[in-house]
Ligand binder design. Structure first.
Ligand code: ADP
Ligand code: ADP
Ligand code: ZN
Length: 214
């Protein structure tokens, strides 16, 4: 299975991808995570992307598609891919089709996480992750079981993204509306879109996705 998780910032793509990885042995291909790793390592791509990301704008289609290409090349043929945060423009959607063909894969489903925009700022400004293993949490919706200790790895260090502030989130939402949402009709025409209520609880969203993939 190769699937796209599509939804605005804060819709729950990363949270649900992590569960799909755990339950179905799929691989998460998050261009956001790849770009943040490049920024941290100060690679040429990272140096170029940092200011764009800090503003909440989109990095170039070529850069993100090259990252995806390299990941697909390194994956075992039998392992399913979850595209998280890619494609984000019509050009990226076309590039993904070409990359899938190049790597002998087909797109099975586009899962749209439908959310109420008003909830997104709240979700994003409360988001934090484990600094060691990357497990995702939220100030109100998903605290670690023991305060200050990661459920997954026991670390006591957490971090927040510099772009998870209200002003940048507004720009990111505008980018989503203007450039990403318009790619949905093309996938709808292929009959592969399934819509999930992203406002439901994290467990309920997981159950809905599992039902779609079953
Ligand atoms: P995305 O990858 O789409 O930007 P995340 O998966 O990082 O979104 O989720 C954003 C924040 O909202 C995280 O802090 C996460 O814990 C929380 N969250 C994710 N899904 C839900 C949900 N269904 N209900 C409440 N909070 C959620
Ligand atoms: P979120 O899921 O919260 O929207 P991501 O982690 O997916 O955030 O992306 C963070 C930032 O990285 C984006 O605001 C954008 O600057 C950049 N980025 C990630 N994926 C892409 C992409 N496919 N195309 C262009 N820019 C991207
Ligand atoms: Zn951890």
């Amino acid at each position: 299975m190769n699937i796209i998780l599509l939804g605005p910032p804060g819709a729950g793509k990363g949270t649900q991808s992590a569960r799909l990885v755990e339950r179905h042995g799929m691989r998460q291909l998050s261009t956001g995570d790849m770009l943040r790793a490049a920024v941290k390592a100060q690679t040429p791509v990272g140096l170029k992307a940092k200011a764009v990301m800090d503003r909440g704008e989109l990095v170039s289609d070529e850069i993100v598609s090259e990252l995806i290409d390299a990941e697909l090349a390194a994956m075992p043929a039998g392992q399913g891919a979850i595209f998280d945060g890619y494609p984000r423009t019509a050009t990226q959607a076309e590039m993904l089709d070409a990359l899938l063909e190049k790597h002998g894969r087909a797109l099975d489903r586009v899962i749209e996480l439908a959310v109420d925009e008003d909830a997104l700022v709240d979700r994003i400004t409360g988001r934090f992750t484990c600094a060691r293993c990357g497990a995702g949490y939220h100030d109100r919706y998903r605290q670690p079981r023991q305060a200050g200790v990661c459920d997954e790895c026991g670390s006591t260090e957490f971090k927040r993204r510099p772009d998870d502030n209200e002003e940048t989130v507004r720009t990111r939402m505008q980018e989503y509306r203007a450039k990403t949402a318009p790619i949905l009709p093309g996938y709808e025409a292929r009959g592969i879109v399934r819509r999930v209520d992203g406002m439901a609880s994290i467990d309920a969203v997981t159950a809905a996705i599992d039902a779609i993939l079953a």
